[in-house]
Design a protein around this ligand. Structure first.
Ligand code: GLU
Length: 493
């Protein structure tokens, strides 16, 4: 039989950490973080952190045909932004590295040959074109498992290329337990003799994940339900090696609607797309954590720290969860409201500057008008276009039933306000407010009767963030007077 480097295996085994909860997030570098992936990452993190355990990042890049430039960076960036700090991984190191699968190539062949030695796998010399695809549509059957030892030795000695396949029991059944789905039993005859090691010497995903999870001391394997049907095969591998089987935690999919899984390819947003749309990372993490996991009770707003304290595997749901953007927006608005003014300014400023290019207009004055009024940051620019340029508008905007304003009353108000505003010397909200309210009180008018026309003249919009005082302050005296004059002109026609 081909050689096995037993010293290497003994060394790898001696490094396995024991006695602590260890979970791993094992994404393939696809170039973006699916919402379903993000959720798996969150649960993987929470399962370990709720137990004081270790959270590991492993990059699963064995499928080199799917290589995407910069994709690993996206994973690092996304985890960091989501606050899911890993204790071990390619970028931070750790005791059981390397943490990038393609850098672990050296270990899989020896383990595959060990399985052959134990009778749980066999050399398969079948032609590459026929049988080298782990997703082969038909079940693989060939005579390779029945070859005599001599024949195998001879073909290996002749340098004939081979794959190594798992030898499934033909009878009986395999039972495994999943923390979410309970006990699952499959008939062994349903199981395919899957390829473990390809003819190029590289492992299939189905083999590498078992070896890596074992060597990294992973106690809980958290992954999507698309892997549920492979779990019995993994179980048989653990058993053949005599290794402890980790706790399986299969997470139900995140759906766009009742029929469709969320998918970036079909236009559903990734985590970074949502960030770019103006959702706050903490809000996304909060919302996504509750998609398929429930703490029970009514509370919906949880920080990652709070989730870490209360998370339990028992709250994971078997049912697929539907991603509801309206709900995410609601949660996002709650997070926006909770930011300090400075934090909000930092988040909002780029969006404010998309609409407000005039450097004289201060985002720090504009931001407070928005914080209680937006669900998603990307709504901001459209609310602010009037700052740079007063739009054309109809005199009808001045007519407001509740404020009891008419075209005539508004004209009169603006004419009265113009000199009052012109006389304000210290240009801040307090002094502008004092001047306007002195007028309102003196004339014994209702606030809205005066402020509505002012707001309208300053914005030219049916709704604006902020009222007359704030808009005057932000626009500055000169521009405010210019807009009031425009209003007067429009109303005088
Ligand atoms: N690399 C696999 C994926 O991205 C991970 C599956 C697993 O966690 O084992 O789907």
């Amino acid at each position: 039989m081909d050689k096995i480097d037993r010293a290497l295996l003994a060394d790898l085994e001696s490094r396995i950490p024991h006695g602590k909860v260890r979970t791993r997030f094992a994404p393939s570098p696809t170039g973006y973080m699916h919402i379903g992936n993000l959720r798996t990452a969150i649960y993987t993190y929470l399962i370990s952190k709720s137990q004081g355990g270790t959270f590991i990042l492993r990059i699963e890049d064995t499928d080199q045909t799917r290589f995407v430039e910069g994709a690993t960076e996206v994973i690092y960036r996304s985890l960091k932004r989501a606050g899911l700090r890993h204790d071990e991984g390619p970028d931070v190191g750790g005791p059981v590295g390397p943490y990038i699968q393609s850098e672990r190539k050296g270990v899989y062949g020896d383990y595959a040959r060990l399985l052959v030695e134990r009778g749980a796998a066999y050399f398969c010399f079948c032609d590459k074109s026929e049988h080298n695809d782990e997703d082969a549509p038909q079940k693989h059957e060939c005579s390779c498992p029945d070859l005599s030892r001599e024949e195998i030795e001879a073909r290996l000695a002749a340098g004939e290329p081979y794959a190594i396949r798992q030898k499934m029991p033909r009878e009986g059944s395999t039972t495994f337990t999943d923390a979410v789905f309970g006990e699952i039993t499959v008939e062994n005859k349903e199981l395919e003799d899957q390829i473990l090691l390809k003819r190029d010497g590289l492992p299939t995903y189905n083999f590498a994940n078992v070896i890596d999870d074992h060597l990294m001391g992973i106690t809980h394997v958290v992954r999507g339900t698309e892997y549920l049907s492979s779990a019995p095969k993994y179980n048989l591998l653990y058993q053949a090696f005599g290794w402890d089987v980790p706790t399986y935690v299969h997470c139900s999919p995140v759906m766009r609607d009742a029929q469709h899984k969320m998918s970036k390819r079909n236009g559903d947003p990734s985590y970074e797309d949502l960030l770019n749309e103006g959702y706050l990372s903490d809000a996304i993490v909060n919302y996504v954590a509750l998609l398929g996991w429930s703490p029970g009770g009514e509370q919906e707003i949880y920080s990652l720290d709070e989730l870490t304290k209360i998370f339990n595997i028992g709250g994971l749901s078997k049912s697929p969860a539907i991603f509801d953007k309206a709900k995410l927006s609601f949660i996002n608005s709650e997070y926006i409201k909770k930011l300090t003014p400075d934090e909000f300014l930092a988040e909002a400023e780029p969006y404010i500057r998309q609409a407000v290019k005039n450097p004289a207009l201060d985002p720090a004055l504009i931001a407070p008008l928005l914080q209680q009024r937006c669900e998603v940051l990307s709504e901001i620019p459209e609310k602010l276009t009037f700052f740079d340029e007063l739009p054309e508008y109809s005199p009808e905007l001045y007519v407001h039933k509740k404020m009891k304003t008419t075209v005539e009353s508004s004209l009169e108000t603006l004419k009265d306000l113009r000199p009052i505003i012109e006389k304000v010397e210290i240009w801040d909200a307090e002094h502008i407010h004092a001047a306007l309210f002195a007028y309102i009180e003196k004339k014994e008018l209702k606030n809205g009767f005066v402020l509505w026309p002012l707001r309208t003249a300053l914005s030219g919009e049916p709704v604006s963030p902020g009222g007359g005082v704030e808009l005057c302050h932000i626009l500055g005296k000169e521009e405010s007077l210019r807009r009031i004059d425009k209003g007067i002109e429009l109303l005088s026609k």
